[in-house]
Design a protein around this ligand. Structure first.
Ligand code: SAM
Length: 269
């Protein structure tokens, strides 16, 4: 393993004072970043895409595990520090400076590919939804989210956290909680806990449905989640009983497959 300077020194030397506007909460504990790389199942020669490498704590763990890393970082102040890291692992790290929301990450490296990241919390959900649009292009996603977002990804029907994000994500992926990470693990510490989750694309979605139609029915149902479905879905003009759905039920009681049934009904109506 190359002899690398402590991350604190890298941050000081390159003037990487954390910026809130970029969701910068850095991980300096290399045991923790190693744990994330292990949770992602990173092995030598694997193609890994990392979003927001920052000063490179998680990147170090991915490179040490032998991955070929494509890293997209918006903050140009980090590029110098990351270039030095790349020199310590020749040929393994490719840097892209820019906004990950604007990059089709599937163009960066051939499949099989995984995404591993401590995501900037301000764009974590839109990034995930963009990747889910082309979910079959990925082997897995191991991602750090704010705990509250992770809870929504993992939520089961009948719970307060169950909503649109759970339905869309679980429709396409198996979602597993890896571990929670305390605020104190970050520099600077965020206000709330974080959680690492792994999303593994299902061989096929839980049930057939069209993305836009599924979005439409979940938006209608969860937009007024306290109302009975016969009220919240009224504008969609569906015969709920004929579809096997109890009209007096509320959105949070419906399993993912039932939302797929509703999505198919509006697609073909
Ligand atoms: N991976 C580093 C770590 O674990 O210490 C930093 C994680 S920090 C939570 C999020 C990183 O994402 C920051 O380095 C930030 O500059 C970067 N970032 C924020 N918005 C971004 C965007 N839209 N595209 C790419 N990187 C972004």
């Amino acid at each position: 393993m190359p002899d690398l300077p402590p991350l604190r020194d890298v941050i000081a030397r390159h003037g990487l004072r954390a910026r809130k506007s970029l969701g910068q909460n850095f991980l300096l504990d290399l045991n923790l970043t190693g744990r994330i790389a292990r949770a992602a199942g990173v092995t030598p020669g694997m193609n890994v895409i990392e979003i927001g490498p920052g000063p490179g704590g998680l990147t170090r763990a991915l490179l040490a595990a032998g991955a070929f890393v494509q890293a997209i970082e918006m903050d140009e102040r980090c590029i110098g520090a990351l270039s030095e890291l790349g020199e310590a692992y020749p040929g393994q790290l490719t840097l892209h400076q820019g906004d990950a929301l604007k990059v089709d990450v599937t163009t960066l490296c051939p499949a099989p590919r995984r995404i591993v990241a401590n995501l900037p919390y301000n764009v974590a959900t839109p990034l995930l939804l963009g990747w889910l649009r082309q979910v079959a292009a990925f082997d897995s996603f191991t991602l750090m989210f704010q705990k509250e977002v992770a809870d929504r990804l993992l939520a089961e029907p009948g719970t307060k956290a169950y909503g649109r994000l759970a339905v869309i994500t679980q429709w396409l992926c198996d979602v597993q909680r890896e571990f929670n990470v305390d605020k104190a693990a970050f520099t600077p510490p965020p206000k709330i806990m974080s959680t690492v989750v792994t999303l593994t694309p299902r061989p096929a979605p839980l049930a057939p449905a069209n993305w836009e139609c599924l979005e439409k029915v979940t938006a209608a149902a969860f937009g007024q989640r306290r109302k009975m479905l016969r009220a919240s879905l009224k504008p969609l003009n569906l015969d709920l009983e004929a579809l096997g759905i109890t009209p007096t039920a509320r959105a949070e009681e419906l399993p993912v497959e039932a939302f797929c049934t509703l999505a198919r009904a509006i697609e073909y109506s």
